[in-house]
Design a protein around this ligand. Structure first.
Ligand SMILES: [Zn+2]
Length: 511
């Protein structure tokens, strides 16, 4: 169905672009997608329309009726009838240097598995339609460079190394003698009386402005990330240093000056309140801790204070990444047939998949039990999974408030969280989408979150996130309608990257 406005809009486009077509001779590598149903997430609401789409030199140059295509002579034509064209997906929370399934020690012991995994990594993202991924904490620029050497790969954005106050969240997990080496550019929190700069260090190298400059100019960061972690729902004493509100506000101001968004790891009620008070741009993680686990685990009704806070976050337009898969991935460690998921052989190399079912490969199970300090003793896997589900439900209930309040939902998976094999690259996005749907978030809100909203939040919307002339041709051709059926995201016929169309199977690890 066309409204008058969209017909008008479409004819303007035809007029504008038909002159381009007659002026520029057709190139050998032009790609024409004929008679496809276009879904442009940048339109409000998304209104599907039939059109033909011409792609030249990696960009969309024309969207309109066949009559507007006179003079176009594409080398490759794809029949789009009965298919849906959407922008390539964006995952705005990944950790590309971490291996899903192997922690640091295991990765050292099985360097052959790691090599195969890394070769497949960009392909696994493409297999599930992710043409842009945002790495929010690089501790290994070399690995990012390796990924960038792949002949076809998603676009990679980075937030550089996480900005840490002295002895902050990540820094505190590093042995004391290695901390200054691993985090040479830590932030000096001059508002925290306990934060004493080590002797011999120049405070000028550790101000908000200096730290922001390091990330954006030295590390090439297009975003910044900080953390506020107040003790994992009371399961741990906070032994790390927490940033003060004042210092986070200063970093937010410096980030704004250089035009990059500041993300804050915040997964509890308290931390998300802190995030709103400090004016960060994006909250990384859903609210899975409503308070101490001992008090809130069985609570299923969102407390009024929490609801009010989430509404204020939505009204403030703060970006909100629920990242269900952080907790749902831990749950799935205890779901016995997880490794039987038929999509896994497409994203994990065969040898790695085989290793994951060995005793050694099942280290996650032992690790989580050890971390729970006896709490899970004597419980069956199904009981542990049910426990985790109660926390997943809290993410869903909170995220639904953001959605219902028309908040700025952003799609991110945190792949791989805790090096979990249950966060498989690419596939984890499809699993994350299933959690959004279970939480009652609409398919339209999901499509926007994974495309145009992520693009806007990270300042790349003039290149990606919508289907419009001038955009980079990072597109997906789907067999099912993503506004009607979530399975659409697993019905990819073609992944189009920089204007080149690839059959999905070309990216499978099984190939
Ligand atoms: Zn993360």
């Amino acid at each position: 169905m066309f409204t008058k406005a969209s017909v008008f809009f479409a004819s303007i486009l035809i007029l504008l672009v038909s002159s381009v077509l007659t002026q520029t001779p057709a190139r050998e590598r032009d790609l024409l997608i004929r008679d496809v149903t276009v879904l442009d997430p940048a339109s409000e609401p998304i209104r599907p329309f039939q059109a033909s789409v011409l792609i030249r030199q990696g960009r969309i140059v024309f969207i309109g009726s066949k009559s507007g295509l006179k003079g176009a002579n594409a080398a490759r034509v794809i029949d789009g009838r009965g298919r849906y064209l959407i922008p390539g997906l964006i995952d705005s929370h990944t950790h590309l240097a971490n291996v899903a399934g192997l922690n640091r020690g295991l990765a050292k012991r099985h360097s052959d598995l790691v090599r195969e995994y890394r070769r497949q990594l960009p392909r696994s993202y493409l297999y599930f339609g992710y043409t842009t991924v945002i790495d929010v904490n690089v501790h290994s620029p070399e690995i990012l460079e390796q990924i960038k050497e792949a002949p076809v790969r998603p676009e990679v954005l980075t937030c550089g190394q996480q900005v840490e106050v002295l002895n902050g969240f990540m820094m505190a997990e590093t042995p004391p003698e290695e901390r200054l080496n691993e985090f040479p550019r830590f932030l000096h929190d001059r508002f925290n009386p306990k934060a004493v700069l080590p002797i011999g260090l120049d405070p000028r190298g550790h101000t908000p402005a200096a730290v922001v400059r390091t990330v954006t100019e030295v590390q090439g960061g297009q975003c910044l990330k900080m953390a506020h972690e107040n003790g994992f729902g009371g399961t741990e004493d906070v032994t790390c240093e927490m940033p003060s509100k004042e210092i986070v506000r200063k970093v937010a101001l410096e980030a704004e000056k250089v035009g990059v968004p500041l993300m804050l790891h915040a997964s509890s009620f308290e931390s998300q309140k802190f995030a709103l008070d400090t004016g960060v741009d994006i909250i990384a993680h859903g609210m899975w801790h409503w308070g101490d686990i001992s008090e809130y685990l069985e609570v299923t009704e969102l407390p009024a204070d929490h609801r009010a806070l989430l509404k204020r976050i939505a009204d403030a337009g703060t970006g909100y990444q629920p990242t269900f898969r952080v907790i749902a991935g831990q749950r799935d460690v205890f779901v016995d047939d997880f490794l039987a998921n038929p999509a896994l052989p497409h994203v994990y190399p065969r040898r790695m998949l085989e290793w994951l079912s060995t005793e050694e490969g099942r280290w996650q199970e032992r690790n989580i039990k050890k971390y729970a300090k006896g709490f899970f003793d004597g419980k069956s896997n199904a009981e542990i999974a049910a426990f985790m589900q109660l926390m997943v439900d809290k993410i869903g209930i909170s995220a639904k408030v953001i959605a219902d309040s028309d908040g700025f939902l952003l799609f991110g998976t945190d792949t791989p969280s805790s090096n979990a094999h249950t966060n498989p690259p690419g596939l984890n996005g499809f699993l994350e989408m299933q959690e959004w749907q279970k939480a009652g978030i609409s398919l339209e809100a999901l499509l926007k979150a994974a495309t145009i909203s992520n693009a806007r939040a990270f300042g790349i919307e003039s290149n990606v996130g919508s289907v419009r002339p001038g955009m980079r041709a990072d597109l997906l051709l789907l067999r099912n309608d993503p506004l009607k059926d979530l399975s659409a995201y697993d019905s990819i016929d073609f992944v189009i990257k920089n204007g080149r169309a690839f059959e999905r199977a070309a990216f499978s690890a099984a190939k």
